[in-house]
Structure formats: C-alpha cells, structure tokens
Design a protein around this ligand. Sequence first.
Ligand code: PRP
Length: 185
Amino acid sequence: MTADVPKEIERVLISEEEIAAKVAELAKQVDADYAGKEILLVGVLKGAVMFMADFARALSTPVSMEFMAVSSYGSSTSSSGVVRILKDLDREIADKHVLVVEDIIDSGLTLSWLLRNMRSRGPASVEVVALLRKPEAAKVNVPVKYVGFDIATEFVVGYGLDYAERYRDLPFVGLLRPEVYSTSG
Ligand code: PRP
C-alpha cells in the first residue's frame, strides 16, 4: 500500500514496507536472544509509540509494557543531557528483563540518562532497541544492542517522529522540507 505523501515532505526516506520488514527482523533477533524469558518493554513517549505498538506485536516472546515520558532541558532541537521525568514507570522493574524502546537516537543524551536511571532500579538486564540512529550526531556513546536503521543527520518525521507535534501519524519516515522548519515561529 502506498501512503499519501504530504507536500511538506521532501522525500520518503524509509517506506512503510521497509519499516515493517525491519520491525520483523528486529523482533526475530530479540525473540532468539530472550528465549524462555519475559520482556518488559519500556516505551519512551511520545515518539516510540508507533514502533512500540508494531514491535510488541511482532514479538513472540511474552511482554509487558510500560511507558515513560521525559523531557530534556534546552531547546527543542538540541538536547542538553539534563532530563526531567514527565511520566514515570507505573511499576517496579527490579529483576525484570527491560528492553527500552526508542524511535530515534540523536545525540544519545536522553538514552544515556535513561539507561543510568533504569539500571539504578535493579533490573535483571537492560538493553535498547531503537528504530533509527543518527551516528554523526552522537555526543555520547551509548551501547544499543538492536538498531533498525542508521541515517544521516537530517530532519526526519513520521512513524512517531514529529515536527512541532505534527507528522507523527505518517506511516513512513520522511525528510521534512527545510522551508517548513525555517519559516515557522
Ligand atoms: C526524541 C526521541 C528521543 C530523543 C533522542 O524525543 O524520541 O527520546 O529525542 O534525542 P537525543 O538522542 O538527542 O537525546 P523528543 O524529546 O523529541 O520527544 P518526543 O518523543 O515526545 O517527540
């Protein structure tokens, strides 16, 4: 199925079909690695919602799901590494196999903080699955076991990723036309 591409999108970077294939591939790897165990998926709001929903359904391993919302201090385009919890986990994660689900790793600062925070709660293990990563934007080195796609440092939206809270609902990942983010407030 080919989705309509809004005019603000310069081009589709990763199609719906490519995302679906990658989600299945990542789920297969995770199923193999966690055979006989249960996984606690921790989705990071809001960007990870689409990926979390598809990834959870692609897994055969039994999972439970938790969500966390965090906000980094500083401008919306560059995170500072200082993170504030907007919504914490609802449950303890001690002795659980935690798999943090992220839509994108940019500077890595959010994830770096989040991993420290998760580890301090005494889980049996903590790993990360991220659909997208921008290796050239990394400010800290974060160990990420499962990565879908490494992409260039460009402004991407869709499949959970927003610009000013829009475009999260696009079924693909696309490049936003520069005039969209250079002309608005
Ligand atoms: C995005 C993304 C990661 C973080 C990555 O979230 O979902 O959590 O930024 O950036 P970093 O590697 O530079 O720290 P954002 O703060 O945009 O919130 P959202 O998911 O609600 O859109």
